[in-house]
Design a protein around this ligand. Structure first.
Ligand SMILES: Nc1ncnc2c1ncn2[C@@H]1O[C@H](COP(=O)(O)OP(=O)(O)OP(=O)(O)O)[C@@H](O)[C@H]1O
Ligand SMILES: [Mg+2]
Length: 467
């Protein structure tokens, strides 16, 4: 009793001390003389540096249980009390200041370690971007002519785009991206997205959307939410080997919260991996393709929006990722698919089809996609007209985008045509610029240029190219 480093006291049924060990006064930082006259625990605590905190925590003569108190000078005290059958109590007071400090220090070290890791990864990725730019600039300067100037410029452009997207994703994780929140109805948003998501999935992967039977309005940046759901679906698709299902569920979680859940029947994750997937640059993908920024970006965006993300996964069975978002009372502006009009996108490279369709959808068009020449013709057969045709030039089977353009222009005088190619010939059916409805653009397409062309016509593309 005398040698125990904690402070121990026994109280009677009215809370007054009947016994205390020598360390009791020490731990409470009280003069030993204060214990004379068998004061009550409430009176004793009122004389300590923890007086206010003890009162707030409700520690008095009748207290039972465990509480940790922290005073204004940063000291910590653990208080335990068990009641005795006669109404008395056994009290144990431990000074936890040193242990607390150790815990905080450990947390700080872990924090610094993860910051160091992120800084290292950022430096590595930007180093790659910069060395691509520098190497190709040198080649341009030496003007040896071995590699065409255009290829070198394209490589520099590609590296710059990669750098920009990396910056945007880091800002998203840091919850510092500039969001443009608006009131959105979640069923509308998810329904409008499923076609587009379908394009990016591996064959054998089946996508289903299960919508809520009530309107669920949230205030969120719709473009970022779409990109978050797309990211989750791509992860789910990558986790599926062969055949499998992805299900997007929209539902009400409780009175104030809506939920979007993306679940898959993929490989699932071990607990140790699941615990780390929100860290920036954490990737367990073996193909070397992952940047590990997908989920951290989703996490940053959802937190910035006032929501939350929860991941549950069972190895070998699948994964569910739930995004919860606070509901808002105002009614959403319906996402009107025909806000800007309809667009047909024709492209035989799946990745590029997805990208072009997203660009146009982002610009407000209701997009129909065609993955080959025959699909494009069928889409034109089925539909009266499209406001915009965006087509690749060199299509499957040696077919050409010129033919699709010609048919559109013949049949629908008001269709605006954009023809995109990585190898645009110097001379072609529209190279004289005589048809104001047609614009030819070099790939990769940029959102800004496409927006300008669709708004102002081909002259803006020339102006931009010359700038
Ligand atoms: N649905 C899922 N099923 C199984 N594992 C998953 C799933 N989603 C994420 N993961 C694991 O979490 C890791 C991190 O995911 P995250 O999206 O952040 O990065 P990534 O997919 O590796 O790279 P990137 O998104 O840049 O392509 C993945 O590498 C994968 O191991
Ligand atoms: Mg990912």
């Amino acid at each position: 009793f005398d040698n125990i480093s904690e402070g121990i006291a026994i109280t009677n049924d009215s809370g007054h001390l009947t016994a205390a060990n020598p360390n009791f006064a020490d731990v409470l930082r009280l003069e030993p003389s204060t214990l004379k006259g068998k004061p009550s625990i409430t009176d004793l605590l009122a004389q300590t540096d923890y007086a206010r905190q003890a009162k707030e925590a409700g520690i008095g003569n009748r207290f039972s249980g465990f509480v940790e108190l922290q005073n204004d000078s940063g000291q910590s005290l653990e208080v335990r009390c068990s009641r005795l059958p006669d109404g008395g109590g056994i009290w144990l007071f431990s000074d936890a200041t040193e242990r607390r400090q150790m815990d905080n220090r450990l947390r700080q070290i872990q924090h610094i370690e993860s910051l160091g890791k992120v800084a290292g990864e950022v430096a590595h990725d930007f180093g790659n971007v910069l060395s691509t730019i520098t190497a190709n600039l040198h080649l341009l300067e030496s003007d040896s002519g071995k590699i065409p100037r255009k290829t070198l410029l394209q490589r520099i452009g590609g590296a710059t785009e990669l750098g920009t997207s990396l910056t945007q994703r880091l800002l998203a994780f840091a919850r510092k991206q500039r969001l443009k929140p608006e009131v959105v109805e979640l069923n509308d948003l998810v329904e409008g997205l499923t076609d587009l998501v379908g394009i990016g999935l591996k064959t054998g992967v089946d996508l289903q959307a299960e919508l809520a039977d009530e309107d669920l309005c949230v205030c969120v940046d719709p473009g970022q939410l779409e990109s978050a759901i797309l990211n989750l679906c791509l992860n789910a698709s990558q986790a599926i080997e062969g055949e499998g299902q992805i299900r997007i569920t929209v539902s009400r979680e409780d009175q104030d919260t809506a939920m979007i859940k993306v679940s898959d029947t993929g490989c699932g994750m071990e607990e140790a991996i699941a615990a780390r997937v929100l860290e920036p640059f954490y990737t367990a993908r073996k193909d070397g393709e992952g940047t590990g920024l997908g989920l951290s970006m989703v996490y940053g965006f959802i937190k910035q929006t006032g929501g939350d993300i929860r991941i549950s996964s069972t190895k070998g069975q699948g994964t569910s990722v739930c995004l919860s978002l606070p509901l808002c009372a105002r009614p959403a502006k319906r996402i009107s698919p025909a806000a800007k009009g309809t667009a047909l996108v024709v492209e035989d490279v799946p990745e590029e089809l997805k990208r072009a369709a997203m660009l146009l959808q982002d610009l407000g068009y209701q997009v129909t996609t065609a993955a080959c020449f025959a699909d494009a013709m069928q889409a034109l057969d089925c539909r009266q007209s499209f406001d915009v045709l965006l087509t690749d030039l060199q299509l499957d089977d040696g077919r050409s985008g010129w033919d699709i353009a010609a048919r559109c222009l013949d049949e629908h005088a008001n269709t605006r045509v954009v023809i995109a190619s990585g190898r645009m010939p110097a001379s072609h059916p529209y190279s004289d610029g005589a048809d104001p409805r047609v614009t030819c653009l070099e790939k990769p397409l940029s959102r800004e240029l496409l927006a300008r062309v669709l708004q102002n016509g081909p002259a803006s593309a020339l102006a931009a190219a010359g700038a």
